[in-house]
Design a binder for this molecule. Structure first.
Ligand SMILES: Nc1ncnc2c1ncn2[C@@H]1O[C@H](COP(=O)(O)OP(=O)(O)OP(=O)(O)O)[C@@H](O)[C@H]1O
Length: 334
């Protein structure tokens, strides 16, 4: 388990101190796929660099399995860092080494005998789906393949945690999906906790179990992905979940309906388009939806506005949607 307790980070700049993180506290449980999301400049990279102390927090604590990393000796910290591997947007592979030698690199540093390192590297190549690329050089690979090699290299240090800093931001949507699927497989098969830094909610939606939202160095919201997607509480969360600007301010609710999604398009555009097309705002009271390859399954409880005309407009709009079933919930008590 990783715990950040009131972590702050201040950088000195020519214009005075700049506080990139402001008392950020969060807990990442073993086995989580934890998304850290926020707009550019929110402090995501600084936060992730504080988790493995590549950047030392100005104040606060970083605990791994209850132990304060900042109190570790340099040797102990180096050892602890090996259990936190990292992958990057730009892959950071060594271009003059073959894929196999890239994957062997962390094992060489850790003193693993060459034959053993090679055997393990071939296994990792297999896990990431590129068994035939052992002798290829990074320049001969596509972006998605380079990221797979970077993931294999990360696995070579036998990590407990995989930090992914915008790992799919340079990739096209199809390749992004396949890399996210690989990270999910690794999480499930090898029990490796994944921390996903991204500015894209679609990435969070695709694989994360929990999410924290950063804005201007503050952690403004955290929860399960379902909680945050169905009812974002912070302004930053609303902007990320409803980028089209649907207004989901809470208002007095009259009737409640259950909307069941049967595999049509995902749910946020429906709520957003309800606001845009009909000018009617509904409250999301609860949701249990899953996005499978961009299609929504599950159900959502919506509170209709008190105004009867608006409520009727919303009902007929919802009922006209394809792949959606709408039913009234007469006895809803919150
Ligand atoms: N070494 C530094 N010195 C001064 N300011 C810094 C330093 N590193 C980061 N910052 C500032 O801290 C803020 C947060 O930066 P950070 O890179 O963590 O944001 P981010 O959310 O990862 O953004 P992006 O998605 O654009 O990478 C930015 O305003 C940045 O300019």
């Amino acid at each position: 388990m990783i715990e950040l307790k009131q972590v702050s980070k201040t950088f000195p700049t020519p214009d005075g101190d700049f506080q990139a993180l402001k008392e950020v506290s969060l807990t990442i449980q073993d086995g989580d796929i934890f998304g850290i999301v926020g707009m550019s400049g929110a402090g995501k990279s600084t936060l992730v660099r504080c988790i493995n102390l590549l950047e030392r927090p100005t104040s606060g604590q970083v605990l791994m399995d209850g132990e304060d990393l900042m109190a570790f000796s340099p040797a102990r910290l180096r050892q602890a860092r090996r259990s936190i591997a990292m992958i990057f947007q730009q892959f950071n592979l060594l271009m003059q080494r073959t894929c196999l030698k890239n994957i062997c690199f962390p094992m060489e540093i850790a003193g693993v005998p060459a034959a053993e390192a090679k055997k393990r590297a071939l296994e990792y190549l297999d896990i990431v789906g590129l068994p035939d690329k052992a002798n290829a050089y990074p320049a001969q690979l596509s972006g998605g393949q380079k990221q797979r090699i970077a993931i294999a290299r990360a696995l070579a240090s036998n990590p407990k945690v995989l930090l992914c800093d915008e790992a799919t931001s340079a990739l096209d949507p199809t390749t992004t999906r396949s890399i996210l699927k690989l990270i999910q497989d690794i999480n499930q098969r090898m029990g490796i906790t994944a921390i996903i830094i991204t500015h894209e909610m679609a990435v969070v939606e695709a694989i994360c179990t929990r999410v924290a939202i950063l804005e201007h160095g503050n952690m403004v919201e955290t929860g399960t992905v379902e909680e945050v997607f169905s009812n974002p509480k912070s302004e930053a969360g609303r902007k990320l979940v409803f980028p089209e600007g649907a207004n989901i301010d809470q208002f007095p609710v009259a009737d409640v309906v259950r909307v069941v999604f049967n595999g049509g398009s995902s749910y946020e555009p429906l709520i957003a388009s309800l606001a845009i097309d009909c000018g009617v705002k509904v409250n999301i009271l609860g949701a249990d939806t899953r996005n499978v390859n961009g299609k929504a399954f599950g159900s959502m409880l919506l509170g209709l506005p008190e105004d009867k005309n608006d409520a009727a407009k919303a009902m007929s709009y919802l009922k006209a949607q394809k792949d959606v079933t709408v039913e009234e919930v007469p006895d809803y008590h919150g």
